[in-house]
Ligand binder design. Structure first.
Ligand SMILES: Cc1cc2nc3c(=O)[nH]c(=O)nc-3n(C[C@H](O)[C@H](O)[C@H](O)COP(=O)(O)OP(=O)(O)OC[C@H]3O[C@@H](n4cnc5c(N)ncnc54)[C@H](O)[C@@H]3O)c2cc1C
Length: 278
């Protein structure tokens, strides 16, 4: 395990992600894969091809050989979403054991937007009038201060900490240690970097990506190419595409210009044949 307390990125107004420990890198993925495919890979190019092959074919277990441990400070409403990812180990700050801090999330004015009209779960692109935005931010601040003052009053009469905290808002910051392997981290990032994920958790996804990219550059590139920036099509969508595509244009030469490797061209051609025969 590599101790590394310096890698920290600030998130939102008072949060952060800090990479505390990591185990392994791109070579650990290749080394694990060699157990199943034999000791064939030696050069960086071959390593890259192997990692891309594993990612394309969802051969996921070699990616589990790499692990990361993060220290995260995040608002409770973000933690509620984050904790749904069950494949990590978590240890959270205890409001029963310790006093909660006077730390609450206040969104940037830029984030004060209307309800989305097409996604019932999301905020839209439209801003709220400046006066109204200021009023909303002021109300958030005032009620956070009031609730924290009440919390302190409860503590001053020796009410148990586990009860004193129950009225604190979802905007209260908490902290945890979060340990996860790379395969499951990619799953987390795929879901939480998506534009449909809530902005506040996306900020943490982006920070985590920035911290891990230098450690697993080839795996991250493969994740971006085959998972993060790829989309899947339904059978009906494929039928519609089949009618619209000009197959003659998909020549080998032009394919190379897209950055395909040799094996990737062959696999793409196989997919095109499947599509033609649909
Ligand atoms: C944009 C967005 C909106 C969402 N909205 C809501 C919502 O409105 N309400 C809500 O409740 N949740 C919501 N969620 C949470 C979502 O339903 C998932 O719980 C969350 O994204 C974690 O995904 P996961 O289970 O795949 O991840 P993980 O828990 O990390 O699991 C990874 C994979 O392991 C397997 N796995 C893990 N545990 C089990 C198990 N016990 N049984 C079977 N397989 C398991 C599954 O294959 C799973 O995909 C939302 C998530 C996103 C990204």
């Amino acid at each position: 395990m590599k101790e590394n307390e310096k890698d920290e990125i600030n998130c939102l107004d008072k949060g952060f992600v800090r990479l505390v420990d990591s185990m392994g890198n791109d070579s650990s993925i290749v080394q694990a894969a060699r157990v199943s495919y034999g000791a064939g890979t030696k050069t960086k190019r071959q390593d890259r091809e192997l990692i891309r092959y594993l990612m394309r074919h969802r051969h996921t277990s070699p990616f589990e050989m790499v692990e990361f441990k993060f220290h995260v400070k995040l608002p409770i409403f973000v933690a509620r979403q984050w904790i749904r990812h069950r494949t990590a180990s978590v240890n959270e700050y205890s409001g029963r054991y310790s006093e909660m801090k006077d730390d609450f999330y206040i969104p940037e004015p830029e984030q004060i937007r209307t309800q989305s009209t097409y996604n019932r779960q999301a905020r839209g692109d439209e801003h709220i009038a400046v006066d109204e935005t200021n009023k909303i931010l002021e109300t958030l601040k005032n009620s956070q201060s009031k609730l924290f003052a009440e919390y302190q009053d409860f503590l001053s009469v020796h009410l148990a900490r586990e009860l004193a905290r129950i009225n604190l808002p979802l905007a209260t910051y908490t902290e945890w240690y979060w340990k996860i392997d790379l395969h499951n981290l990619f799953h987390f990032l795929k879901l939480r970097l998506d534009p449909k994920a809530q902005y506040e958790i996306r900020v943490y996804g982006e920070a985590i990506s920035q911290l891990i990219k230098p450690i697993v550059p080839l795996a991250f590139e493969a994740f971006e190419d085959f998972i993060l920036n790829s989309i899947s099509f339904s059978a009906q969508e494929l039928s519609a595409l089949k009618n619209a595509i000009s197959f003659e244009k998909l020549e080998e030469e032009s394919l190379k210009s897209y950055g395909f490797g040799d094996r990737e061209i062959l696999e793409f051609k196989e997919k095109i044949t499947v599509l033609k025969n649909k």
